[in-house]
Design a binder for this molecule. Sequence first.
Ligand code: NAD
Length: 361
Amino acid sequence: MSLESKKLRYGIIGTGMMGREHIRNLLAIDNCEVVAISDNHAPSRAKSAELINGVTQFSDHREMLSTNELDVVIIATPNNTHLNILDDVLEAGPHVLVEKPLCTTVKDCQLAIERDKQTHRDGRVVWVGLEYRFMAPTRRLIREVSSGTCGKVQMVAIREHRFPFLEKINNWNRFTSNTGGTLVEKCCHFFDVMGLIAQSQATSVFASGNQDVNHLDEFYDGKRSDILDNAFVIVEYQNGVRGMLDLSMFAEGSKNEQEISVVGSKAKLEAMITESKVRIGLRANGTTGVEEFVVKQPHGVIAGFHAGASYLEHLAMQRAIRSGSKSEVTLSDGLNSVAIGQAAHVSIAQKRVVEISEITN
Ligand SMILES: NC(=O)c1ccc[n+]([C@@H]2O[C@H](COP(=O)([O-])OP(=O)(O)OC[C@H]3O[C@@H](n4cnc5c(N)ncnc54)[C@H](O)[C@@H]3O)[C@@H](O)[C@H]2O)c1
């Protein structure tokens, strides 16, 4: 049967918080079903099995893949497991969405890209879960920039002020060796959005950051958590755009978890993500001429966190699968977003400007 009309059969690898968010969203979409799940932690499997009638459960993803019954596989396991699991899925052949960050280092992202080429299948969609670009106000901002509202973009500032990292299964997210570091793990989303707005490739990064407040007294197997909790990261792009990320993970008292501001030759655009608001202020109209409006997701489905972005991400991926078109969020996008995060960590450690080419070559 052609994939255009077929009920797509999904398998989920890793059924913790994000795996279940994917499951909830897929259950809300017509003409697809989750037929199999795999997780090596029985309580995670049990929580997901409660959501899906008659789902087949596996504790090893290789057994799940060997059934050859899946059209699409989602990888939602800890970051440091992505490369090996993706390798197995690419070998098996289904379409695949791998959660962000693609991998914990650029070197591993490059290996993933190489493996995709080596196992190439015509029409296979390989998608990275950089879903913040699917948030309604963010999409609107990107559209306004593309249509020229801002004029020539010069400055992109993204602020994430939020609560600390949540607890994860076996506390994998408490250590940089598992996550790639906060500026890779969390902030790859923002570097992805920054690149879409800048419409250019990053060339260099300068950052200052530290673990100053969170998890300081958390020890696991005698090792203290080493997760950075605040940073400023400045990014320069090939076309002269300047980007800045302002991250604080001890800012529960924020009205908006994320705010984006773009300033160009003609206007300043802003997106307030939690409030789902966009502001457009043309230079010619001054302070009193700033327009502000609410932007909602078109479908109204918010199954899980991320303000409906996962749902839109799946619709977009399914459109690509069914029409045989290319992935909208490629492995290269995954690599680029990790490269800026990794460069920022090097910059903090060595107190210097880091060229992206140092990280990618
Ligand atoms: N797109 C987003 O906005 C977003 C948000 C949160 C998390 N994530 C990403 O999703 C992934 C999972 O994060 P989470 O928050 O769900 O973590 P989690 O700890 O809640 O869940 C991870 C699950 O993977 C399972 N697992 C570990 N190794 C496995 C293996 N080899 N095979 C099968 N299962 C395995 C664990 O038992 C656990 O159930 C991470 O890569 C994270 O960065 C993305």
